[in-house]
Design a protein around this ligand. Sequence first.
Ligand code: SF4
Length: 339
Amino acid sequence: MVASDVKPDAQDDKRRVFSGIQPSGIMHVGNYVGAIRNWVNMLDSYECTFCVVDLHAMTVPYKAEEMRRRVFEAFAVNMAAGLDPGRCRLFVQSHVPEVTELCWILMNCSSMGELSRMTQFKEKSEKLGGQVCAGLFTYPVLMAADILLYKASIVPVGDDQTQHLEFAREVARTFNSRFGETFPEPAPLLSKVPRLMGLDGKDKMSKSLDNYISLLDDKELIWDKLRTAATDPARMRRGDPGTPEKCNLYAMHRAFSPQEDVRWAAEGCRTAGIGCIECKRCLAGHMAEELAPVRERYAELSADPENIRRLMAEGARQCSAIARRTMEEVRQKVGLRQL
Ligand code: SF4
């Protein structure tokens, strides 16, 4: 299944979707195009639950004060980008503590061998050198607990998360075969939207590489960043024709510009009918136009922190009801309750 196949008006069976949101502090246009915008399109067709994964964020070194701020910002910026708590469950992972109990139970259905093969663990632990904690190793078990606690049947994932989702499916199968049918095997919903590269045109867009456009950047800042962004290297001079498919800015056009301007950029690039600056100006205008309401909504939301805290509590209340039901069933099945 592919995320962009999901139409807002599709009549579906309201299957349950779950996905986690990292409290990374900055949400960039890559996250927005690759994930949030698709999720927003799913709100009316599926029963959606989205979670700010603060427990996952503890698996790398952090400061407590920063964590509080990052969770608050992630919650508000996702709401501003369209995850309306009136149309989905939006909550903070640690506010529903049953997930940690299920995580422990699922640890006993998880294979050390499988965990040690996780690519993300290898990459992250290399970066961290000597500071690797056990939580980073068991990160995929917590992700499985998140998905299974809410009995989600669909998980929208990027290609960097498919291995973790396959692990969650394996854990569900192991649990079901040992203790009886309990969890649906969650299916991936892959995004068809091309991943946006960073402004350097080489690496994935990310805060740490400082090659990103934030969802909260204003018109001037967007232009400033796009003006110097890498393009097709074949376009050394204004008269050199280029290949739009080799240019990250063209991928951004496809994500933000109307069809006629996407065609204009492709044709102008191939024939050298337009220059890169002209092409970037057009893109900057469309991007700024789409992001302006997100920025404005974020400013409104963050001006009322009490309201954000109230919405967090409401999200946790809704999810706790499902979590309690699942854990009652799980405790019975694994023999932690006297019958
Ligand atoms: S004209 Fe546009 S698509 Fe072509 S290389 Fe320049 S910025 Fe990229």
